[in-house]
Structure formats: structure tokens, C-alpha cells
Design a protein around this ligand. Structure first.
Ligand SMILES: NC(=O)c1ccc[n+]([C@@H]2O[C@H](COP(=O)([O-])OP(=O)(O)OC[C@H]3O[C@@H](n4cnc5c(N)ncnc54)[C@H](O)[C@@H]3O)[C@@H](O)[C@H]2O)c1
Ligand SMILES: [Zn+2]
Ligand SMILES: [Zn+2]
Length: 343
């Protein structure tokens, strides 16, 4: 089969690769669309240590069932499907509690690290275990379905935020995750939504995603402006979707007493904690990682038009143009958001 192989750091080549084997519990998917994730771009230069060559990357995909293993009863050839980016073990205490995102032995598709190598979906075919496969409704296109993973990250974080209808919310960072989080908080029934970024084109997208007000953190103090906009108190909820020291501190400083900060961004390993401010103001800090059993709800919400993912897709391209697209994303080309490759 045709596959986009990371042969060496920053060296992507379309190669002829052996088709994956379909085990008894596996579904072989003929890939139609596969999105390039920020983590693929951060990994392909060796930066994250999670894309050790050779590896076929890609974990945000959709397609049709080409073949099923002997134990697979829920899917048949020709079904339109998508699948979770993470393969959970299904047996550990977390999987059994319905928290597969916290699985002790989870493996991410298209990742190669010290512990394992699992080829992903920048290829004509990928084999995945049936328990992570989801049917794609007729109302959802393959490209839309390839967006379900980042949508599920936002939906999961929005659910962990708690709160109620009309709550004010700040979303720090208007990258793919931040923009989808703005949409999720709008769907959830927030009142005023304030989006923060350094890039005005991202802030414009935040507005079309449902933000009422935007703040460019380059030239404005975020906590001060948030207090001005929220009667002097700070926001009920802050969603942090950058993951740097400065943005984590600004997030904690922008939330009201007794409010909640959901931490989604994780590019930095450690950040400072303003302990007294968190303790004396009873700020709740809530981490959020990937998603847990949220794909069906996300596909439904995409199909209903509640999540609008098309404005987030800036290009689709054949696998042969994969290397070029990675280079453009790596160079932070202005205006380039999600790119979907079509094997
Ligand atoms: N917890 C999870 O499950 C999960 C899942 C996916 C991604 N992430 C993390 O979420 C974060 C965002 O991911 P993404 O794909 O949207 O990344 P992205 O690079 O597309 O977006 C980051 C955005 O933050 C903005 N930004 C940078 N510095 C800023 C600052 N000081 N103030 C305001 N805005 C600033 C950038 O302009 C950009 O628009 C990353 O840390 C990523 O690792 C977490
Ligand atoms: Zn991803
Ligand atoms: Zn498990």
C-alpha cells in the first residue's frame, strides 16, 4: 500500500509499505481523510521524542471498512467509520471505570516512542481494534469525521469545567483546540465568552467560532481586561489551551474567586503555581486529557451543525503533498490551520 513514511526527522516520503495485518478483533480501514495534528508537527523534527523514525504518523482519520476480523460483528465491509486516536487496553482499573483516556497501557496511533511503535493513518490502510471504532453518520463527511478527535478534546474539557448556563468563560489560546473549545463552551450554554491569543487572524476565527470579545495578549493585560469585562470579579471559568507558564498564570489570575481553571495546554512540562492566590481564592484547577467515550456525542453534534468544523480546515491535499504540507505547518505559515491528507 501507499504510505507517507517518516524515514528520518523532517524527511517524509511516500513509499510502498506492507499492508497491516487484520487480527481477529481488528477492523481494516481504507483511509479517506487524515488530519495533520499539532503533535505530528511537533514530533516530526524529533522535538517531542514521540515520532522516532521510521513511523507512519496520523491519528485523526476516517474511511471505509475494507475487511473485518473473525470476531468483529458490529461492522461490515463498506461501513463509513472513524476511530479513537488512542488504543486503550480495556482491562485496567481506569478502562473498567469508563476512563480509557487514563489507561495505564494506552497506545496512540501513529506514535513511536521508547515503549512502542504503532503505525498510523497517513496510509491507504490502517488496522485498528474494533472497540475504538465508531460508525460515521450519513450527515457527517469524511473530512468532518477526521476532525472528531480535536472536537472530542474540546468537548471533554468543556464537560470537566462544570458550571451552568450563562457562566462567563475565557478561552486562552485560539489554536485548533482553543477554537473548538470556544465552540464547545457556546454549545454548553455559556454567557459571555472571551477569547485570548497573540495572533489577530486566530482571534478573528475565534469570533466566528462564537466568542463575544477577543483580547490580544500582545498589547493588553489579560487579567485586567477580563475583570473589566466581568464586573471586576474575573470569569467563572477559564479554559487554558496554550500550556506555557505565562498563560497558566494569566488564566489563574483571570478566574473569579471559587471559579474553575481547566488546564488543557501541555507544551511545557512544569509551570509555576501561585499557591496563595489559588488557596485563598478557592480556585479549582482541573486537568483535561484527550477524551473518554465522547466520540458518538461529537459525531452527532458535528452532524447537527452544532460544532462547525469546516472553517477550521484550511486545505486538503493528496498524500503525495504530505511533505510539503508538513513543511508549511512547521514554518507556521500564516492562515494555515487544519490540513487534511487524502491517501
Ligand atoms: N490535554 C489534551 O488532551 C490536549 C489535546 C491536544 C492538544 N493539547 C495541547 O493544547 C495546546 C493547544 O494545542 P493546539 O493544537 O490548539 O496548538 P496551536 O499551536 O494550534 O495553538 C496554540 C495557540 O496559542 C497561541 N498562543 C501562544 N502563546 C500565547 C500567549 N502567550 N497568549 C495567548 N495565546 C498564545 C498561539 O498563537 C496559537 O494560536 C497545546 O499545548 C497542545 O499540546 C492538549
Ligand atoms: Zn491529534
Ligand atoms: Zn486500560
Amino acid at each position: 500500500m501507499k504510505a507517507l513514511l517518516l524515514e528520518d526527522y523532517k524527511k517524509l516520503t511516500v513509499v510502498d509499505f506492507p499492508e497491516p495485518e487484520t487480527g481477529p478483533d481488528d477492523v481494516l480501514v481504507r483511509v479517506a481523510s487524515c488530519g495533520i495534528c499539532g503533535s505530528d508537527v511537533h514530533g516530526f523534527d524529533g522535538g517531542s521524542g514521540r515520532r522516532i523514525p521510521p513511523v507512519i504518523m496520523g491519528h485523526e482519520a476516517s474511511g471505509t471498512v475494507a475487511q473485518t476480523g473473525s470476531n468483529v460483528k458490529r461492522f461490515k465491509q463498506g461501513d463509513r467509520v472513524t476511530f479513537d486516536s488512542m488504543i486503550n487496553c480495556g482491562r485496567c482499573p481506569y478502562c473498567r471505570k469508563g476512563q480509557p483516556n487514563l489507561c495505564a497501557d494506552r497506545r496512540v496511533l501513529g506514535v513511536s516512542c521508547g515503549d512502542y511503535r504503532r503505525h498510523g493513518a497517513f496510509a491507504e490502510y490502517v488496522a485498528v481494534p474494533q472497540h475504538i471504532v465508531y460508525a460515521v453518520p450519513d450527515t457527517v463527511s469524511f473530512d468532518q469525521a477526521a476532525m472528531v478527535e480535536p472536537v472530542s478534546v474540546a468537548l471533554h474539557a468543556a464537560n470537566l469545567a462544570g458550571g451552568g448556563l450563562g457562566d462567563s468563560c475565557v478561552v486562552v489560546g485560539a489554536g485548533m483546540i482553543g477554537l473548538l473549545t470556544v465552540q464547545a463552551m457556546r454549545i454548553k450554554g455559556c454567557g459571555q465568552i472571551i477569547a485570548v491569543d497573540l495572533d489577530d487572524s486566530r482571534l478573528a476565527l475565534a469570533k466566528t467560532s462564537g466568542a463575544d470579545v477577543t483580547i490580544n495578549a500582545k498589547n493588553t493585560s489579560v487579567p485586567e481586561r477580563v475583570r473589566e469585562l466581568t464586573g471586576g470579579e474575573g470569569a467563572d471559568i477559564v479554559m487554558e489551551a496554550v500550556g506555557t507558564n505565562a498563560t497558566v498564570l494569566a488564566s489563574i489570575d483571570s478566574v473569579r474567586k471559587g471559579g474553575t481553571v481547566v488546564l488543557i495546554g501541555n507544551v511545557t512540562k512544569d509551570t509555576a503555581l501561585p499557591l496563595q492566590s489559588v488557596v485563598t481564592r478557592e480556585v479549582r484547577l482541573q486537568g483535561s486529557c484527550a477524551s473518554a467515550n465522547d466520540y458518538t456525542a461529537c459525531l452527532d453534534l458535528i452532524g447537527r451543525g452544532a460544532f462547525r468544523v469546516e472553517p477550521m480546515i484550511s486545505a486538503t491535499a493528496p498524500l503525495e503533498r504530505g511533505a510539503e504540507m508538513f513543511d508549511r505547518l512547521y514554518a507556521h505559515e500564516a492562515g494555515l490551520t487544519k490540513v487534511i491528507l487524502k491517501p
